[in-house]
Design a protein around this ligand. Sequence first.
Ligand code: NDP
Length: 269
Amino acid sequence: MNNLSQSNGAAVAANPEPANVFSLDGKLALITGGGTGIGLEIARCMTEAGATVVITGRREEVLRDAVEGLGVSAQYIVNDITDLTLIEGLVAQVEATYGPLDILVNNAGINLKKPALEVTDEEFSRILHTNLHSVFALTRECAKRMVARKKGVILMISSMAAYYGIDRVVAYAASKSAVEGMVKVLASEFSAQGVRVNAIAPGFIETEMSRRAMDSDPDRRDRAMRRTPMGSFGQPDDIGYAAVFLASPAARYITGVSLPVDGGNSIGF
Ligand code: NDP
């Protein structure tokens, strides 16, 4: 088979070998919040697919344990994503130490469960700052480099809270809805430069964050389950496998989408 084929007059790479199309061999991924929950399983699935991963978070002992479990293809950097002054240095450090970044996973996030009328401006800003402003700042820094190299994959982690009205998460829902908008804009701006931008919208996945939201609220747990046709909560590696797919050459024509990984929750009656 030819190595190159013609499309609209431009030379494009030929199909990768089918056996390798889901592989992340030789790729470098930066995963925020990669020490726990969904981020940790994204890291695990990506290393199993052949990638080297750099995970970040605020708690060094958590990151150290995670890297120990993940093996030689994983490294960590302690970083608080909300300190925007550190972002340029973080990305420069990753690339100087480990090489050019192929994949960014904006996974770190926080939630706040409270009736909207009780949410203060400070609380609203705190959620938006972590889940949106920091995500944009880090994405812009990585994308500058990816666009210059004309390749890269950016993944956001959205939520069912961006899909339908979940009570008592107004700031969280606002942040994730904004991330969904950002995915479409960035995908349209970066596509010509070979950088793809997508989101994964997890349904109800068993992690620390969801346990905190559900354990004290059995009614919420029941309602979430009732509208999940597959009848169970998801596991963090369900998101990990979807992340591998979206980051891999198998998804090379997919950009600007939000992929629900939710056991049907988003279409449940
Ligand atoms: P966890 O609370 O287990 O993980 C969140 C991670 O983010 C932690 O590793 C935490 O590390 C890190 N983090 C939080 N704040 C910061 C910060 N300021 N700087 C750097 N890292 C930070 O939650 P999940 O795994 O459940 O959530 C991961 C993502 O998935 C989030 O974006 C969440 O909104 C999303 N999601 C989760 C769902 C679920 O059902 N679990 C459903 C839908 C979306 P540390 O505290 O050490 O900084």
